[in-house]
Design a protein around this ligand. Structure first.
Ligand SMILES: NC(=O)c1ccc[n+]([C@@H]2O[C@H](COP(=O)([O-])OP(=O)(O)OC[C@H]3O[C@@H](n4cnc5c(N)ncnc54)[C@H](O)[C@@H]3O)[C@@H](O)[C@H]2O)c1
Length: 321
């Protein structure tokens, strides 16, 4: 049994990692200030935060705390002395990272430096798992994109994530802090509340609203959150993962049009509007997950069709009355 601290652990991905770890018998400490990025008045669906921890809320330790504040970080590490730190805390949405730039820099870069500095000073952490993003690559020059693809982030979100990777590696080299860097992409599934494209499409489809496809042929490596969470768990414990970088995705990008076709099989009456691709966003596609398969034994279990079906079922139960 290991003791694991998850920063940003009350979030969408963090809560799924926490569930898998608790079910495997590990001790989990969640460190999170419970930030809400989308106004509760703007969401069509009522998905309480407690849903994320249904059945496990009494099996994890949940501590309010903010990694922007160095004292909070020291306090939590000294109090619990975790063996592993999974660092998910960040401004998690690319679009608003370019608007709330101060918050994005502080939550993504400053938080990472506070964590690394505290781990260096306090010691005892066997491995630091840093959450990056496929947005560090910028426009994909080829697909599938492997971990060595050039890094040309096109916005603040990708830039801040890449800065965090570099800091993690520098602390690793200089102070011997063992790390793993994980690059997820387009994660979807129950309890996401950040209005990413899959959530917007499914919510709108259920409400009879229009689905606006900005660049219908845009391809994203949609990944079910349970597969993402399992990838983190494998990377945390695997000997082979030491100081490595991994793409953790489904490895099978689908276009927005394909996503809509899947939704239409379940909700036939869809109103769809097609618009040109927003060139401020990077052109993406499939990520190469062969390294994660080879070194971690990572095998995504969900295809998009199964995942979206399950997601729609979940959302149907959580419409606001
Ligand atoms: N969801 C995706 O598609 C995706 C893709 C690539 C990378 N990521 C990264 O994965 C991580 C988790 O994303 P998510 O989708 O679960 O988002 P989320 O918003 O559901 O979770 C993020 C959590 O981090 C917390 N947090 C933010 N700033 C913090 C701080 N300063 N100190 C402590 N906690 C803080 C928030 O309160 C929130 O609970 C983020 O780093 C995000 O950038 C997500």
């Amino acid at each position: 049994m290991a003791k694991i601290l998850i920063t940003g652990g009350a979030g969408f991905i963090g809560s799924n990692i926490a569930r898998e770890l608790v079910e495997d018998g590990h001790e989990v400490i969640i460190f999170d200030p419970f930030i809400q990025y989308v106004s509760p008045f703007e969401t069509d669906l009522h998905v309480p935060l407690t849903k994320r921890f249904e059945g496990i809320v009494h099996k994890v330790i949940i501590e309010r705390g903010d990694a922007r504040y160095v004292r909070d970080v020291h306090r939590i590490l000294e109090k619990y002395k975790p063996e592993y730190v999974i660092h998910l805390a960040a401004m998690p949405i690319s679009t608003i990272s370019n608007v709330f730039i101060g918050e994005a820099i502080d939550c993504t870069m400053l938080s990472t430096s506070h964590l690394l500095e505290a781990i260096k000073d306090i010691g005892g952490v066997k491995r630091f798992i840093y959450t990056s993003s496929s947005m560090v690559y910028g426009d994909f020059k080829y697909t599938p994109v492997d971990e060595e693809h050039p890094k040309n982030p096109k916005d603040l979100y990708g830039g801040a994530k890449l800065a965090g990777e570099i800091l993690t590696q520098a602390y690793g080299r200089r102070f011997g802090i063992e790390y793993v860097i994980i690059r997820p992409s387009a994660v979807y599934g129950p309890t996401d509340m950040n209005k990413r494209v899959s959530q917007i499409f499914v919510e709108n489809a259920l409400k009879g609203k229009e689905l606006v496809l900005e660049g219908p042929d845009t391809r994203l490596d949609f990944t079910n959150v349970k597969d993402t969470a399992h990838g983190f768990v494998l990377a945390m414990f695997s000997e082979n993962a030491k100081n490595e970088v991994f793409n953790i995705t489904s490895g099978d990008a689908k276009s927005l049009r394909e996503l809509v076709a899947i939704i239409r099989e379940i909700i036939p009456d869809l109103k769809v509007i097609e618009k040109p691709f927003n060139s401020a966003m990077p052109e993406r596609g499939t990520l190469d997950i062969s390294k994660a398969k080879r070194l971690l034994g990572f095998e995504p279990k969900y295809n998009l069709k199964e995942g979206i079906k399950e997601y729609i079922e979940f959302l149907k139960q959580h419409h606001k009355q």
